[in-house]
Design a protein around this ligand. Structure first.
Ligand SMILES: Cc1cc2nc3c(=O)[nH]c(=O)nc-3n(C[C@H](O)[C@H](O)[C@H](O)COP(=O)(O)OP(=O)(O)OC[C@H]3O[C@@H](n4cnc5c(N)ncnc54)[C@H](O)[C@@H]3O)c2cc1C
Length: 687
C-alpha cells in the first residue's frame, strides 16, 4: 500500500494512534504492516467529498463506451451502481443469483431510510446525522466516510422521489418521516413497512432502462465463485450458471462486489435464505482484506425462536419502537400469565427505566443486550426453549420480551396504527397466530446485519487494484454498530453517488489491456472452480450440508453471538476447525454438477461460512474490548454497559488470508488507525 495518509495538517486530531497491550489471540494470527488508505482525503471534513469529486479524473463520453465494469449484486448498492454507471455510458455486466435482479435481499427491508432533510425542523443537520452515526457505531468508523454518507443522504431521497418511489406522505402531501433508534430527531423516510421493496423497484427500473438502452447486460441465476486477478488487478469473475451448471468466465476493466451481508454464518438470521459470503470470501482468498469481521448486528425486535426445527427468523421492524413499549413482568411468577392480566404496576418498561433520555429508541446493540439480560434473569416471556450451555448442560429459558402497542392504539386510534404498520402486524399474526392489536407482541434479538466486510478505502476500492466493494458487503461506515435505517442509506449512497465518482478515477487510467480467455489467471481461476465443484460431489459422506451449517450457526451464536469471552472464543475456534475437517471428509452433496443443484450451491456457501466463522472468532478474540455489537464480557462497566478501550483498539482490523489453518497458516492482521478530527471520542451514553 502507498504510504500517504490523511493530511491532518491544520487540523487537530482528538486522539493518538492506539497501542494494543493485550494479546488474547496470540498464536492465532501474525501481525502485518499498518494499513493506510492511500486515497484518504485531506482538509476540512465538510470539504473532503466536494474536493475529491472535483479532483478525480474524468472520462470523456466516447471513451466510456470502451470501458467495462462487472457488478456482482443487484440489491440497492449493486442495482444503483449499475443504473448510474450504465447511464454514464460504461458497459456494465450485472450479476445476481436470483431469477430477477428485483429479488435481491434489499427487497426485505422494512422500516426506512435515513436522510438529514430536517423536514420536521427538529434540529437535524448533516453534522448531526454524521455525529449520531459515528457515536452509534461506538467510534469505530472512519469519520471521512461517515461525513460523506450524511452529506449525500439528502440527495438519495430526491433521487428516489424523482424515480417515483412512493414514500409515505403527510396529509398535506409532504414527505413524512419517523424516528429510529439511537437518535432524537425524526429523519427516517419510509414506504409503510416495505421501504426496501419500493427503493429496489426504483433502482431496478433505472437499471432496466439501461438494459433497454444497451449499456447494462444482466446475468441472472449466475453465482460468482471466483475472482480473476490478472497482473495484480481485478479483471473478472468465474460464475456457475445455476440452471445449466456451465462454468463461465467474464472479464472487464474493473469489478464491483455488492453482494450483501453474511449474517447467515449464524444459520438462523433475518437475512434471506440465499444471503452468503462467497463473493467476498473468494476475493478475500485472492488477497482482499476482510475488515472487522466480528462486528455483527443483533436486532432487538425479531420474532423469537420457537424450537429446534427453524431455518429462518423474522424481523419486526425497528419502526415499531416509535410506538411500541417494551417490557417484561417485574415478577418471575407472572411470566407465564396472559400479559393483559398483568397490572401496570407489575410491568418493567426496562428500556424506559434504564435509559430515560432515549427510552425504547436506544440503539440496537443496547436494546438487544438488555432484552437478553431480562431473559437471563428469568423474566422472559413466551414458551421456554431448550438451550445448551458452554459445558454441554441443557436448560430451558423463555426468550422473549413484550413489544406492546396498547398505549399507542389508545393514543392514536387503531386506524392510525394500522396505517403505519399494517403489513408488519399482519405478518406477525400470520407467523405467531396472535393478534398484535389485542395481545402484546413477543420479540427477541436475532442476527440481522454485519458491519464487517471487505476493507475499502475512501474510494470504496479494496486493497486489490480495480476491485471495488459497495453496500453491506464492504466493512462500511457503521463502525461497531449500525443505526436503524442507515443500511439502505449507505447502499444507495455507494451505488448512486460514491462509486460513480470514484470508479471513474480508476477507469480514467485506461484503456486497459484486454485479458484473453487463455490468460493464465483466467485459466487458473476457472480450473479452481471446476476442481472445487468436483470435490464437493466426490466426497460422498454421510452428513448433509445443512447439518454442518446448523452446527456452525450454533457455535457462532453460543460463543461469538451477543456476548463473547476469551475462553468461549478459543473453544469455538477449535470446534470450527474440527467441523471444517469433518466437512471436507464427510459431507454428502446430492445431485450432479450439470443442472440446477441447490445442495451443491449450499455446499460452496457453507464451506466459505466455516472459514469466515473461524476468522470472526479470531477477530473477536483479539479485540479485548466491548464496542457496539461486539460485547466482550471481560470489558464492561459496573452497570453492565459496553466498555471500549480506545487507547488499545481504535483501529480497523483488516485481515489478510494466508492459507488454510488446517495447514498451519495464520491470518495476518493489518491495523488502520482511526483518528478523529471532527468528533471527540466519548463513552456512549443514552441515559
Ligand atoms: C429483514 C430485514 C429488514 C431490513 N430493514 C432495513 C431497513 O428498514 N432500513 C435499512 O436501512 N436497512 C434494513 N435492512 C438492512 C438492509 O436491507 C441491507 O443491509 C441492504 O439491503 C443490503 O443491500 P446490498 O445491496 O448491499 O445487498 P443485497 O440486497 O443483499 O443484495 C446482494 C446481491 O448480491 C447478489 N449476490 C450475492 N452473492 C453473489 C454471488 N456469489 N454471485 C452472484 N450474485 C451474488 C445477490 O443475488 C443480490 O443481488 C434490513 C435487513 C433485513 C434482513
Amino acid at each position: 500500500m502507498a504510504s500517504s495518509t490523511t493530511d491532518l495538517s491544520g487540523l487537530h486530531p482528538h486522539n493518538e494512534p492506539s497501542v494494543q497491550q493485550s494479546d488474547d489471540a496470540a498464536g492465532y494470527y501474525e501481525l502485518g504492516e499498518a494499513l493506510v488508505d492511500p486515497k484518504a482525503p485531506a482538509g476540512l471534513i465538510a470539504d473532503r467529498w466536494t474536493n475529491r469529486k472535483f479532483d478525480n479524473r474524468l472520462v470523456n463520453p466516447a471513451n466510456r463506451r470502451k470501458l467495462s465494469v462487472i457488478i456482482v449484486g443487484t440489491g440497492l448498492a449493486g442495482g444503483a451502481a449499475a443504473a448510474t454507471l450504465g447511464e454514464a455510458g460504461y458497459h456494465v455486466k450485472s450479476f445476481c443469483y436470483q431469477d430477477s435482479p428485483r429479488r435481491a435481499h434489499s427487497i426485505a427491508a422494512q422500516g426506512g431510510i435515513n436522510a438529514a432533510k430536517n423536514y420536521k425542523e427538529d434540529g437535524d443537520s448533516v453534522y448531526r446525522l454524521f455525529y449520531d452515526t459515528v457515536k452509534g457505531g461506538d467510534y469505530r468508523s472512519r469519520e471521512s466516510n461517515v461525513y460523506r454518507l450524511a452529506e449525500v443522504s439528502a440527495n438519495i431521497i430526491d433521487q428516489c422521489v424523482a424515480q417515483g418511489v412512493p414514500f409515505a406522505r403527510e396529509y398535506g402531501g409532504l414527505l413524512d418521516n419517523r424516528s429510529f433508534g439511537g437518535v432524537q430527531v425524526s429523519r427516517t423516510f419510509y414506504a409503510r413497512g416495505q421501504t426496501g421493496q419500493q427503493l429496489l423497484l426504483g433502482a431496478y427500473q433505472a437499471m432496466e432502462r439501461q438494459v433497454a438502452a444497451g449499456t447494462v447486460e444482466t446475468f441472472t441465476r449466475h453465482e460468482m465463485l471466483e475472482l480473476i486477478v490478472a497482473d495484480g488487478k481485478a479483471r473478472g469473475i468465474v460464475t456457475r450458471d445455476m440452471v445449466t451448471g456451465a462454468i463461465e468466465t467474464h472479464t472487464a476493466d474493473a469489478v464491483v462486489l455488492a453482494s450483501g451481508g453474511y449474517g447467515n454464518v449464524f444459520f438462523l438470521s433475518t437475512n434471506a435464505m440465499g444471503s452468503n459470503v462467497t463473493a467476498t470470501w473468494r476475493a478475500h482468498r485472492k488477497g482482499a482484506y476482510m475488515a472487522n469481521p466480528c462486528y455483527t448486528q443483533i436486532h432487538p425486535t425479531c420474532i423469537p425462536v420457537t424450537g429446534e426445527h427453524q431455518s429462518k427468523l423474522t424481523l419486526m421492524s425497528e419502526s415499531l419502537r416509535n410506538d411500541g413499549r417494551i417490557w417484561v413482568p417485574k415478577n418471575v411468577e407472572d411470566c407465564d400469565k396472559d400479559p393483559r392480566d398483568i397490572a401496570e404496576t407489575d410491568r418493567d418498561y426496562f428500556l424506559e427505566r434504564i435509559y430515560p433520555s432515549f427510552g425504547n429508541l436506544v440503539p440496537r446493540d443496547i436494546a438487544s443486550r438488555q432484552a437478553k439480560y431480562m431473559c437471563d434473569e428469568g423474566r422472559g416471556v413466551g414458551p421456554a426453549v431448550k438451550e445448551v450451555g458452554p459445558g454441554g448442560e441443557e436448560k430451558w429459558v423463555r426468550r422473549g420480551v413484550y413489544l406492546d402497542l396498547t398505549e399507542a392504539i389508545e393514543r392514536l386510534g387503531k386506524a392510525a396504527v394500522e396505517e403505519k404498520y399494517d403489513n408488519l402486524l399482519d405478518m406477525y399474526e400470520r407467523i405467531t397466530g396472535e393478534n398484535p392489536y389485542e395481545v402484546p407482541m413477543r420479540i427477541y434479538p436475532a442476527v440481522h446485519y454485519v458491519m464487517g466486510g471487505l476493507w475499502v478505502g475512501y474510494d470504496l476500492q479494496t486493497n486489490i487494484e480495480g476491485l471495488f466493494c459497495a453496500g453491506e458487503a464492504n466493512f462500511s461506515d457503521h463502525g461497531a454498530n449500525r443505526l436503524g435505517a442507515s443500511a439502505l442509506m449507505q447502499g444507495l449512497a455507494d451505488g448512486y453517488f460514491v462509486l460513480p465518482n470514484t470508479i471513474r478515477d480508476y477507469l480514467a487510467g485506461g484503456p486497459f489491456e484486454k485479458v484473453a480467455e487463455d490468460h493464465p489467471a483466467v485459466v487458473e481461476a476457472q480450473a479452481a472452480v471446476q476442481e472445487r465443484v468436483d470435490k464437493f460431489l466426490s466426497i460422498n459422506g454421510t452428513r448433509s450440508v445443512d447439518s454442518f451449517h446448523k452446527e456452525l450457526g450454533q457455535i457462532m451464536w453460543e460463543y461469538c453471538g451477543m456476548e463473547r469471552t476469551a475462553e468461549g472464543l478459543a473453544k469455538a475456534i477449535g470446534m470450527i476447525r474440527d467441523l471444517k475437517k469433518e466437512f471436507w471428509s464427510n459431507v454428502r452433496v446430492l445431485g450432479s454438477a450439470d443442472s440446477l443443484n441447490q445442495d451443491l450451491e449450499k455446499a460452496g456457501r457453507v464451506a466459505d461460512f466455516i472459514e469466515l466463522g473461524e476468522l470472526m472468532c479470531i477477530d473477536a478474540l483479539n479485540r479485548r474490548e466491548s464496542c457496539g455489537g461486539h460485547f466482550r464480557a471481560e470489558s464492561q462497566t459496573e452497570d453492565g454497559e459496553a466498555l471500549r478501550h480506545d487507547e488499545e483498539f481504535a483501529y480497523v482490523a483488516a485481515w489478510e488470508w494466508a492459507g488454510d489453518s488446517l495447514d498451519g497458516a495464520k491470518p495476518v492482521l493489518h491495523k488502520e488507525d482511526l483518528i478523529y478530527t471532527a468528533i471527540e471520542m466519548k463513552q456512549r451514553s443514552y441515559k
